[in-house]
Design a protein around this ligand. Structure first.
Ligand code: FEO
Ligand code: CA
Ligand code: CA
Ligand code: CA
Length: 605
């Protein structure tokens, strides 16, 4: 902060006192309120019905907002009065969407609904002026649904390779659908990137090759989401579709301004359980993308484009098709004997050191002995194993700070860790940590310095070593399982969490963390989501006085008969004859003003 009108001043708040994990409400700071923008099942197009819990259909779902948003952006047009909301739909929670059934026809229809509830939504927004909350527009020109059946084009060195060919696509270039889309990023040229993460849950696996085993260790006879009931390509045990899983696990790119554009899957950025990708423009003008592979003991990656970002939107849309892929190796600067695994700081006072980006491809060719370029890009984990990358505690969102170029890595947890190192200094890491990287040879270079910014947990728990960049522990909010990241206009880091209810017994939330000056490491809780929900998005438009989050899987452990959340339609929940359950929803948070009602607790009960 600073004197009047300083950046960030539109979002001054006192950190909220955390509410426990049974609270089924959105909790915001004093003086703030919240309102939904769009919910699961809201129609995007004219003539599409609203959600009917008891009579949902795949046809309706394909024209409605999908389930469980993770990545979110709100992209305003120059006027500030219109814009688009872009959100992905990672997965579904059938147990709270549908009453139990064993009827085969009903189960087939549910699989079709689930396919249609995945993918992406682009929705136009409008409002009365800057600093006002948004509403979405049914039937607007840019509105679009992308589902598990929308055609994508593969780009890059693995496109067209044998490893991508199936009976339906002998060219290995045209892939139906996107699945498991988790975090993401909006590029400097205005497109949206999203990572295909837990794609293993969509396939019946043979798990009979090293490449398959590195994704899914054992064979299966059915998938989590049962798409194989209605679509044979999800059975990878059949010869026709043995390669179908190779067509997922990519970074996808979508142009939210052009509803007829063909979305892309970029093979040059490698294939793994991609959490997301975030691009910054390097000193030499090349696009540099940072990416995590969200699995315990997997890796951190970086992609550097061959060509430079330019004023040509058409050329920029090709940037992620050609470039070099790297994986990170971390080296600590303290003696190994001082890294005890408890999180206690070493003698030099910091978990820190140096690192290098090890190349996997250069100029579109493999630099890993024994791997072709297509093999590096399709079986990227195996290639990274071969070059000695550093195993990390589940890399989730990885974001460069647009103000400084420093890179922040959310390592959400890894309870399977038995041997600590300086970059992963806690065995049985329940609460996660955050790394800060400084590129020391330029943004596109191969050397970096790093330090542990945060060791998460409840700072009042004497049995847990926490660390908040040296900030006094008694002044910070408890935080656990960091997941998605964002920055405000002043370069402060914002962290949303996924796992606080089960580890520190509070609802998941959104936290502000200053990175500079005397407030560095001052973790402050801004918002909490309802019971059993994960905080996704987030988007911080501090200069516009608005914060947005996607509330994912509220009440995930309930059932239709016994909901554990009624978010966000609390009033409907208790109305006689109304069937209502929780709905994943994108919400906006803003300051209360007498002429601009939000959703007060009174209205909702
Ligand atoms: Fe979908 Fe890694 O979280
Ligand atoms: Ca050290
Ligand atoms: Ca995530
Ligand atoms: Ca997570």
């Amino acid at each position: 902060g600073g004197k009047g009108g300083a950046r960030g001043a539109n979002l001054l708040f006192d950190a909220i006192a955390p509410v426990d994990n049974l609270v089924d409400d959105v909790t915001v700071p004093a003086g703030y309120t919240w309102r939904p923008i769009i919910r699961w099942g809201d129609p995007l197009f004219r003539g599409v019905p609203p959600l009917d819990f008891e009579n949902q259909s795949a046809e309706a779902q394909a024209g409605q907002f999908g389930y469980n948003c993770d990545y979110l952006d709100i992209i305003a047009d120059p006027s500030g009065r219109t814009g688009v909301l872009a959100a992905n739909h990672e997965y579904v929670n059938p147990g709270i969407m549908f009453a139990p059934s064993t009827d085969p026809a009903e189960l087939d229809e549910r699989a079709a609904i689930a396919k249609a509830a995945h993918g992406f939504s682009v929705v136009e927004l409008e409002r009365n002026g800057k600093r006002e909350p948004w509403t979405y527009v049914v039937g607007a020109r840019r509105n679009r649904r992308i589902t598990a059946d929308t055609m994508f084009e593969a780009t890059g060195p693995a496109a067209g390779s044998d490893l991508l060919r199936t009976a339906q696509d002998p060219q290995g270039r045209w892939i139906k659908g996107t699945l498991g889309n988790c975090a993401g990023g909006t590029t400097p040229w205005g497109t949206v990137l999203s990572g295909e993460e837990n794609f293993d849950g969509y396939f019946v696996w043979a798990a009979d090759t090293p490449g398959q085993k590195r994704i899914r260790s054992s064979a299966s006879t059915s998938s989590t989401y049962t798409f194989e009931r209605i679509d044979p390509r999800f059975n990878a045990r059949t010869p026709e579709f043995v390669n179908e899983p190779n067509r997922f696990g990519w970074i996808v790119e979508i142009d939210p301004q052009n509803p007829t554009s063909v979305p892309k899957k970029h093979t040059a950025l490698g294939r793994f359980k991609h959490e997301g990708a975030n691009v910054i423009v390097g000193e030499d003008g090349r696009a540099v993308a940072y990416m995590g592979d969200d699995q315990a003991d997997d890796y951190l990656y970086k992609f550097v484009s061959k060509n430079r970002v330019s004023g040509s939107r058409r050329k920029n849309l090709e940037l992620l098709s050609e470039g070099d892929l790297y994986v990170a190796r971390f080296t600590g600067d303290s003696p190994a004997s001082e890294i005890t695994g408890t999180g206690a700081l070493p003698a030099d006072g910091s978990f820190d050191g140096s690192g290098e980006w090890i190349p996997l491809t250069k100029g579109g060719r493999s630099v890993v002995p024994g791997f072709s370029a297509a093999e590096v890009l399709v079986h990227t984990r195996l290639a990274a194993d071969a070059v000695g990358a550093t195993k990390l505690d589940r890399p989730e969102d990885v974001e460069p700070n647009p103000k400084t170029g420093k890179v922040y890595v959310a390592l959400t947890n890894n309870t399977g860790r038995t041997v600590a190192d300086e970059a992963n200094p806690v065995v049985n890491n329940r609460y996660g940590h955050v790394l800060e990287l400084t590129e020391t040879a330029g943004q596109a270079g191969t050397r970096f310095a790093w330090n542990v910014l945060l060791l998460c947990g409840d700072p009042t728990n004497p049995d847990v070593s926490t660390y908040f960049a040296g900030f006094p522990k008694e002044l910070v909010s408890p935080i656990s399982c960091p997941d998605n990241l964002a920055f405000d206009s002043a370069g402060n880091l914002w962290i949303s969490t996924d796992g606080a209810p089960g580890t520190i017994a509070i609802d998941d939330g959104l936290y502000k963390v200053p990175l500079k000056g005397k407030d560095r490491g001052h973790v402050q809780l801004f918002l909490q989501v309802p019971r059993e929900a994960e905080t996704c998005g987030p988007v911080v438009h501090d200069e516009d006085g608005l914060v947005f989050v996607a509330v994912q899987h509220p009440g995930e452990n309930g059932s239709v008969a016994e909901p554990r959340s009624y978010f966000p339609d609390y009033a409907d929940a208790h109305a006689p004859g109304v069937v209502a359950g929780p709905r994943p929803t994108v919400i906006q948070v803003f300051q209360e003003r007498a002429d601009r009602p939000g959703r007060s607790r009174r209205d909702r009960r």
